[in-house]
Design a protein around this ligand. Structure first.
Ligand code: AMP
Length: 121
């Protein structure tokens, strides 16, 4: 399956729809999740057209990967999350529960986050 540029994060990157931006560099954009699951719930996305974790890590340049992780680190610092902790999640594909097919990492923090997953069976 190839990247579909009609997804909502691609539209945010093209500034066709608004987002609550937290940080941006040449390689990545960070913005608030529209349906927050924690006190702080930020999405960090690469600017390039990558569908998910392994697409990104197989195809992206070192510069893109470095810029992406620098953006995550920057947002962690903005919210001072390193002291009490935080959670990074990336959902991939059907079983992973991925809804938006543009690679993204969820950064959650600002409160105790509970167990990693709820047991579905
Ligand atoms: P997932 O693909 O399951 O990892 O999650 C996609 C996330 O994108 C969900 O947490 C949504 O709440 C979030 N989301 C969807 N549309 C928007 C939007 N326009 N702005 C910010 N977050 C969004």
């Amino acid at each position: 399956m190839s990247y579909d540029s009609s997804n909502i994060f691609a539209r945010i990157l093209r500034q066709e729809i608004a987002c609550q931006k937290i940080f941006e560099n040449d390689q990545a954009l960070a913005f608030k999740d529209i349906d927050p699951k924690a006190t702080h719930h930020i999405l960090i996305i690469p600017k390039g057209p990558y569908r998910h974790f392994h697409d990104f890590h197989q195809q992206a340049t070192l510069e893109e990967i470095q810029g992406f992780y620098q953006a995550i680190t920057h947002v962690i610092n903005v919210y001072r999350l390193e002291e009490k902790g935080y959670r990074l999640i990336t959902n991939c594909g059907q079983d992973g529960g991925q809804i938006v097919d543009h690679y993204h990492v969820h950064l959650l923090g600002g409160q105790p986050l509970g167990p990693l997953v709820s047991c579905p069976f």
